[in-house]
Design a protein around this ligand. Sequence first.
Ligand code: ATP
Length: 135
Amino acid sequence: MAEKQLLLEVVTPDRLVLSTEADVVVCPGVEGQFGVLPGHIPFLSALDIGEMYYRKGGQVEYLAISGGFAEVTGEKVTIVAESAEKGREIDVDRAKRALERAEKRLATTKTEEIDWSRAEAALRRSLMRMKVAGR
Ligand code: ATP
């Protein structure tokens, strides 16, 4: 008998990023990383900026995720992300430019709290994209 697998779908407002079967899925939850195996109890979690990965057979694939939600049922994981890129889709130079802009803003923005948190989020996205691109 074939082993049970999960159906994993990653979508963003722009596109279907991924639809695949997976043996295990690991996501960047806002309360910490969590893993899902087939048969997991249903739950919903908000996602942080971070890397997610899934294993299918002997292969592990990484994606960069920038917030959103994960819906888990026993047989399916649906990720609705603000943005998501597979490692090979990441433009490292673009991420470096975004990092430089964010660093500049963080170095100069002292009073505007909103700009500060936006710049911090941009910095976290760019660092995370560079990490995933190198996987
Ligand atoms: P930038 O300032 O370079 O646009 P950002 O962090 O503001 O970076 P987002 O708003 O998170 O970008 O994403 C906008 C769109 O661009 C999304 O579709 C995202 O997948 C894509 N994207 C952002 N950065 C990269 C990158 N380095 N490589 C590939 N796609 C990217």
